[in-house]
Design a protein around this ligand. Structure first.
Ligand code: ATP
Length: 886
């Protein structure tokens, strides 16, 4: 393949990249066409209930009941419109979230390493690959180090393939083209760099996969469960309707025509047609609220699971802490220096025993800073908001420190260029670089976790010359720095006799000279402290899993206020435990230090076996198995790899622990709202249906006609039921323990509530009916009163349902959601029209209601509310006395 891409080691410059972007177009795969709106609307009619209703329309028309037919049709169309609009909004919400998760790529442009949206890549761009990256375009590799790429996305083969720049035959099959990294494949290990040869639809994956990104449907196990429930209910109600029809015709002597109309009314009254749609909306709103607070849900079932999370396992650095590091202490063999200065500002002073010192007079301190600097990749940049780091924040701190002791950073880096390196990896916990000095000598700089680096050293740099390493003394000093909550790094060097230009693990196995230790300050995030406190109130246990030293981890855990900050288990200790012991240990301990990513998986399994529902954070490619296994895998949006994000259920846009807690709160809210929707819908449906069935059984005149039932459903299910999807979090939502994972949505209590309220509705309806009849009102007037009573009871019950866990009788409770006020306002206006507007009177057979009767109707609603609230209060008192009895 002969390509003239006109690139260099500095990559493309911005203008050229822009020009190419206009020529080649953005680097995206052709997306699946969104469904056309008309078909989406039609699909709303594809549902058992709608078929039944359409059949009813046909039959009523045939029976020449135009009004009934029109009202049923109106119900059908209204439902379809709402379904259509809501589905559209839900899809929009998902699209917006997808936009927030757009993949990014590391690219060299005009000599600088920058991170871009993968979409902006153009042929000729020089792309850098790290473990966990999704390859953003087809790349011709120019450099690689143990690069292994998993090509399952393309070839279906899940064993990673070794890749290197060595050329292969032009006609080699896809699987053998080892010098090309294909778009969409995943970097499993190692590093590499490659030049973009194809983007977007021109890539191999663009060619093989016809259309990607099929529309995800907005559903979760719970919604499916409810869907099934609604379907079964529909079938049961249809069966019941047949029986009622037979009973009305054969026992009560109705004409088939009248009986049919009644049955249609009962069926429509009883079937919760709006329920699945409203539940979907509640879920979509939850997803949107979470996204607004930086928690991006990738898999919808997570919204439900979040509400029942009982343990959150979290990384420390950057999630609980700010990941804005500063060197606070530097220890050489002779002394421990204190360093001050804020953030990455490269100015600050060095002190020894409270006295300011001149760093240049302490050559060992300078030596320590030089090695630390050479073994770092980060650079500092001054911006309007102050100094910022390009690269790893910890390395940024080392660069700032080097400046503080008076080193000219750029000069030193140019004078002793890097020839090779062993990059940092959480498994070996150190990083090493090979340099050539001005006079041609070669030396290695190493920085890393103290245990690791100390084990490679035999000597330490003394005041005059190198001397044998005093292991024990250094260990004490590591502990002392860790106990202050500082992350400790050890720095060492090794002089090489030959000017080699390759660095291998054998080179660093031994014979190093320890220069000293650096203590890095990384304060806890203020909001993490609050979030930890909120979690404890909400019965959620936080476990910190960190690669850091035990002493550091314990100190930070104390500052954060974890439940058991003192008890700590190290990765090594976990390795020695069998599964049963690990289960106990994992339950009791909150701080896990010096862990490797594999430990996360074992911990997840142990805690799950113990019955916990857990959220687990991660960022690296090796965290992916644990994220997948956890009930809610949480990936970091900023420092997380694509591999981690893809394995996770949720991505944190701001990498902040507090956002997880916000998501848990929203998860609880969504679940509460789903329950509220059910608790409101089912009894109101049940009450209406029971009223008609009761009247038939008892041989009474029907208190409401079929069209009136349809009216009630049309008006209230939409305007009132929907508002419950918008309910904000209840005040006590984060003060109760997590819900049990296996708790059914329709719990025994909810069933009781549904029956109880249905019965109250029947009593209210019949009470009003008999009272009106007794006073000698006409049948039309009586029915108008009954319809209004049902609607008013639904309104008052709505206010009660809004607080499942507390009293609704507070002003703030009544006024809390503007949506509710709007819903109620609309219903009131419609009811007034229904009662007083002549055209509607003609359609529904209604009559005007007097003011006193109107007030009585409202009185019935108030009584209903009082009774339901009294029941709630008794329930609360009973559960409180049960708790105190324990
Ligand atoms: P957490 O799990 O809390 O997020 P972490 O993942 O940052 O912590 P690791 O990255 O595994 O922890 O780091 C473990 C140890 O490795 C650190 O305590 C430090 O001593 C060392 N270390 C971290 N980063 C580097 C680096 N860039 N170069 C050398 N050593 C490093």
């Amino acid at each position: 393949m002969q390509l003239t891409l006109g690139t260099s080691t500095d990559g493309l410059d911005g203008n050229e990249a822009e020009r190419r972007l206009t020529v080649h177009g953005p680097n995206i795969l052709p997306a699946a066409k969104p469904r056309n709106a008309f078909r989406r609307f039609l699909s709303q009619f594809d549902n058992l209930l709608i078929y039944v209703l359409l059949a009813a329309v046909a039959i009523t028309l045939a029976l020449e009941h135009g009004i009934d037919a029109a009202v049923i049709l109106a119900v059908v169309v209204l439902n379809a419109v709402i379904g259509f609009v809501q589905e559209g909004r839900a899809e929009q919400a998902l699209d917006a979230i997808r936009g927030m998760l757009a993949p990014r790529a590391s690219v060299v442009r005009a000599g600088r390493r920058v991170t871009l949206a993968a979409e902006e890549l153009v042929p000729g761009d020089l792309v850098l690959l790290d473990p966990g990256d999704r390859v953003p375009a087809d790349l011709r590799l120019v450099r690689s180090r143990s690069l292994r790429i998993e090509e399952a996305a393309l070839t279906g083969e899940s064993v990673p393939v070794e890749k290197s720049p060595a050329p292969v035959m032009a006609e080699a099959p896809l699987g053998d083209r080892t010098s090309i990294a294909f778009s969409g494949t995943l970097v499993a290990a190692g590093q590499g760099a490659g030049v973009v040869v194809a983007t977007g639809g021109d890539t191999e994956i663009g060619r093989v996969s016809a259309l990607v990104g099929a529309v995800e449907t907005l559903t979760t196990p719970l919604l499916r469960q409810m869907d099934g429930f609604a379907r079964r209910l529909t079938v049961t109600i249809l069966g019941l309707s047949a029986i009622i029809f037979a009973f009305a015709v054969f026992v009560r002597g109705y004409t088939a025509e009248d009986a049919f109309l009644i049955v249609v009314g009962v069926a429509v009254a009883a079937i919760p047609e709006g329920l699945p749609a409203v539940m979907t909306i509640a879920l979509a709103l939850g997803v949107r609220r979470m996204a607004a607070r930086n928690a991006i849900v990738r898999r919808l079932p997570a919204v439900e699971t979040l509400g029942s999370v009982s343990i959150i396992c979290t990384d420390k650095t950057g999630t609980l802490t700010r990941n804005e590091m500063t060197v606070g202490a530097a220890a050489t063999a002779a002394a421990t220096f204190e360093v001050n200065g804020a953030g990455y500002d490269p100015s600050g002073e060095v002190r020894l025993s409270e006295e300011k010192v001149e760093p240049a007079e302490h050559s060992n301190l300078i030596g320590l800073a030089r090695a630390a600097l050479l073994c770092s990749d980060a650079s500092l940049r001054r911006t309007e908001i102050g100094w910022v780091v390009d690269g790893d924040p910890m390395e940024g701190a080392l660069v700032a420190f080097a400046s503080k002791v008076g080193i000219d950073v750029e000069h030193l880096r140019q004078e002793t260029p890097r020839r090779d390196e062993i990059p940092f990896d959480a498994r070996h916990r150190f990083m090493a670089t090979l340099h050539h000095g001005v006079d041609g000598e070669a030396f290695i700089c190493i920085k890393g976790a103290p245990e690791r680096v100390l084990a490679m050293c035999d000597l330490q740099r003394g005041p005059v010359s190198d001397m044998p390493l005093d292991h024990a003394a250094w260990r004490v000093r590591v502990e002392a720095l860790g106990a202050r909550g500082q992350r400790v790094l050890a720095v060492a060097v090794k002089r090489l006799s030959s000017a080699s230009s390759d660095l291998t693990f054998t080179d660093v196995e031994g014979g190093l000279t320890l220069l000293g230790l650096l203590g890095l300050i990384d304060p806890p995030r203020a909001e993490a402290v609050t979030a930890v406190r909120d979690c404890r109130a909400a019965g959620i246990r936080i476990k910190m899993i960190t690669g850091d030293h035990a002493a550091t981890a314990v100190a930070i855990a104390g500052l954060l206020g974890l439940e058991q900050p003192e008890a700590v288990a190290t990765g090594q200790e976990l390795d020695a435990l069998d599964d049963a012991t690990l289960r106990c240990r994992a339950r009791d301990v909150d701080v896990f230090a010096r862990t490797a990513p594999e430990h996360k998986l074992r911990l997840v399994e142990a805690l799950q076996a113990d019955g916990a529902v857990l959220a687990m954070t991660g960022d690296g490619v090796n965290d992916a198995p644990a994220l997948k296994r956890a009930d809610v895998g949480v990936a970091m949006g900023q420092k997380g790899t694509e591999a981690a994000k893809e394995a996770a259920e949720m991505v944190l846009a701001d990498d902040n622990f507090a956002s997880i807690v916000v998501a848990v709160r929203e998860g609880r809210t969504v679940y509460d709202n789903l329950k509220k929707v059910i608790a409101w819908t089912l009894p109101t449906n049940g009450g209406e249906a029971l009223t008609v069935i009761g009247a038939l059984l008892l041989g009474l005149t029907l208190p409401i006609t079929a069209v009136q039932i349809l009216w009630i459903n049309m008006v209230t299910a939409v305007a009132l039921g929907l508002t419950l999807a918008f309910e904000p979090t209840e005040p006590g939502a984060m003060r109760r323990p997590p819900r049990a994972a296996d708790e059914p949505l329709i719990s025994g209590f909810l069933v009781w509530r549904i029956v109880f309220v249905s019965v109250l509705f029947v009593i209210g309806t019949f009470g009003m009916f008999f009272w009106a009849e007794w006073r000698g009102l006409s049948l039309e007037e009586t029915r108008t009163l009954v319809v209004n009573t049902i609607v008013v009871m639904e309104i008052f019950y709505l206010f009660s349902v809004r607080y499942q866990h507390g009293s609704s009788l507070t002003w703030s409770g009544v006024l809390r959601t503007p949506v509710v006020a709007v819903g109620v306002g609309v219903v009131v206006l419609l009811q007034l029209a229904f009662t007083y507007a002549p055209p509607l009177q003609a359609v529904f057979g209604t009559r005007p209601v007097s003011l006193t009767d109107g007030l009585t109707v409202i009185g019935v609603g108030v009584i209903l509310l009082a009774v339901v609230e009294a029941e709630k209060l008794i329930g609360r008192l009973a559960s409180r006395s049960r708790e105190s009895g324990h």
